[in-house]
Design a protein around this ligand. Structure first.
Ligand code: NAP
Length: 545
């Protein structure tokens, strides 16, 4: 049943120099594929371009050792097709990259999407022609296409980021970024490996390779709060139950969980209970897989300072229990912000790797990286030599993949210039001065596919509305953007969201990037959905021409 991973072939066709289309989609990942399916179903001419050699976006690029979902597989899979849900068997509760890539290939085949996808092709520029109300895009091979609408389904975490360490090109060994891992297997057995970065990607790599490399050195800056994933194979009985419950699972994700997962929070307040009672609840939930241990927890862990402090201390205690050397445990323990203030990564045996003789933790807060050398990495306490350096240093999130293209709207305004002071949109969907450009970011803070489906559906409805009413273009009023951005700031001003810690949620992980306004919306998914529905009811917050 599982689809083979397609070889990197170009599947799009060109008959003329400039192809005229109704809709151009940039990206053939999770959101882009579903968008393509919806637009094709509307009978419009459409093409999706992707610089990857295959479909799947994140799950094409992030093929580093140990890459896997940390949302339950059945909740990360699409919900739009009950037939697809019934046909596809997730093999693990938290599925790994190879299987996830196969899933997106299976979707592309099942819904006959390949003929509309052009792979190995990067969109370098997009220019809006006001007189025609059409976009013209330029591809990296110089070809061009035109369309009334552009959906930039470029992903929230696709523009990878490598710090500009001095000497980075001097290194004589091999270097990899987790998000640009080669298709060919990388043999790390018996090698001296450095991993820079200890977020979700770094953690997955380190715990996967620690036992096979001769020496692993982890360069960590800010410690994360990590929670056990507790993955496992899906047994035939579980498979049957998950399929029987599929509709309910998808309803829970969309309509009940504030963050798009298949379980909702406990409505009780942590502060109504004694410490002993609270920690008993935390302990019971700690045995559950994935995010359930905190998403099914007291609902005020994120919003009430005292509750957030208490749960953070509980998780710190868990770190101390697992790491033998108290000095190493202390370095791994977050002290300067609360649990949930940044995206919480999951792990299997991450803390235990620091009990091994071949693993060293270097806190770059104590001994900063001074430069990359020919042989390895020089920190303020000396040079360590390596065969391989792995950069697990994250992403220029949300805006990065858009501002790296030369996108020009009304009066030739560059999108990158518009956002110099910060991200400005209405609903994360559109931005004033860039008519008919759908940003398609799924930027509500939640399980990605759940929000991605909502966003793709909203875009399709909006395109249908504009076309049916014979409008040429749509983009939001500036005042509507002001309203939305204030709402986004307000939603991020409570509880742990206000903690001052570097995070891709805010853009503060990238030196020099504007980070005063969050890039993500921290209201509930249901609140976001209501905003989307209201916006599409009258479109009064939009300029329609
Ligand atoms: P990340 O969470 O942003 O982590 C990047 C790491 O690099 C951090 O430890 C950061 O330190 C470090 N770093 C950056 N610049 C540095 C510098 N100059 N010197 C030293 N260290 C530096 O990126 P990520 O791990 O790729 O994860 C990003 C997001 O992708 C996750 O939050 C998650 O949403 C998603 N993801 C999901 C999965 C999954 O679902 N299973 C797996 C991987 C990633 P600081 O913390 O101090 O900034």
């Amino acid at each position: 049943m599982a689809a083979e991973i397609a070889e990197p072939v170009e599947t799009g066709r060109y008959d003329d120099d400039v192809e005229e289309l109704d809709v151009i989609i940039i990206g053939a990942g999770n959101l882009g594929l579903y968008q393509l399916y919806l637009i094709k179903r509307m009978g419009l001419s459409v093409r999706a371009y992707d610089d990857a050699g295959g479909v799947g976006g994140t799950w094409y690029w992030n093929r580093y050792p140990g890459a896997r979902f940390d949302s339950e597989s059945e909740s990360y899979g699409y919900s739009f097709s009950p037939e697809l849900t019934q046909e596809w068997d997730w093999k693990e509760h938290f599925s790994g990259q190879p299987e996830n890539e196969r899933y997106f290939n299976y979707v592309a085949d099942k819904f006959d999407l390949r003929d509309n996808i052009v792979l190995n092709t990067r969109v370098v520029a997009a220019t809006y022609d006001e007189s025609e109300a059409r976009w013209e895009i330029e591809l990296d091979d110089g070809r061009r296409s035109r369309a009334q609408f552009v959906v930039a389904a470029v992903g929230i975490l696709s523009a990878h980021y490598s710090p500009d360490f001095p000497g980075i090109d001097d290194f004589e060994g091999e270097s990899f970024h987790t998000s640009r891992w080669p298709r060919e297997p990388v043999d790390l057995r018996g090698k001296r490996v450095a991993v820079i970065g200890a977020g979700a990607s770094g953690v997955q790599v380190c715990q996967t390779i620690a036992a096979e490399v001769s020496q692993l050195t982890v360069y960590q800056r800010t410690p994360h709060y990590l929670v056990p994933l507790r993955n496992g194979p899906v047994t035939p009985e579980e498979q049957r139950q998950l399929k029987d419950r599929a509709a309910e699972i998808h309803r829970l994700c969309r309509e009940v969980s504030p963050v798009g997962f298949m379980y909702g929070p406990d409505p009780r307040s942590a502060l109504d209970y004694s410490k002993e009672e609270r920690w008993k609840v935390y302990e019971e939930l700690w045995t559950r897989p994935g995010f359930a241990k905190f998403l099914m927890n007291f609902s005020d862990l994120w919003t009430e300072d005292a509750a957030a402090d208490d749960y953070s201390e509980f998780v710190r205690e868990k770190i101390r229990e697992r790491v033998h050397d108290p000095k190493v445990a202390e370095k791994l323990t977050p002290r300067t912000y609360r649990f949930g203030a940044r995206r919480v990564p999951c792990e299997d045996n991450y803390y235990e790797i620091f009990n091994r003789n071949n693993v060293e933790l270097v806190s770059v807060l104590d001994t900063p990286i001074e430069r990359i050398t020919q042989k390895g990495i020089l920190t303020s306490d000396g040079e360590r030599e390596f065969d391989v350096i792995i950069y697990a240093t994250g992403f220029d999130s949300i805006t990065g993949s858009l501002t790296r293209m030369d996108i020009r709207g009304v009066d030739g305004q560059r999108l990158a210039d518009k956002w110099t002071e910060g991200f400005r949109t209405l609903l994360g969907m559109q931005t004033n001065g860039f008519p008919n450009l759908f940003i398609a970011m799924a930027s509500s803070f939640c399980n990605y596919t759940v929000c991605a489906e909502m966003v793709a559906e909203w875009n399709a409805n909006c395109i249908e509305f504009v076309r049916n009413r014979n409008f040429r273009s749509i983009h939001p009023h500036k005042e509507a953007e002001d309203r939305w951005m204030q709402h986004v700031r307000d939603a991020a001003s409570q509880g742990v969201a206000k903690d001052d810690v570097s995070s891709w949620f805010k853009g503060s992980n990238i030196p020099g990037k504007a980070s005063s306004t969050p890039l993500m919306y921290f209201g509930s998914l249901q609140a976001y959905r209501v905003e989307l529905l209201n916006a599409a009811r009258t479109f009064e917050e939009f300029i329609l021409e």
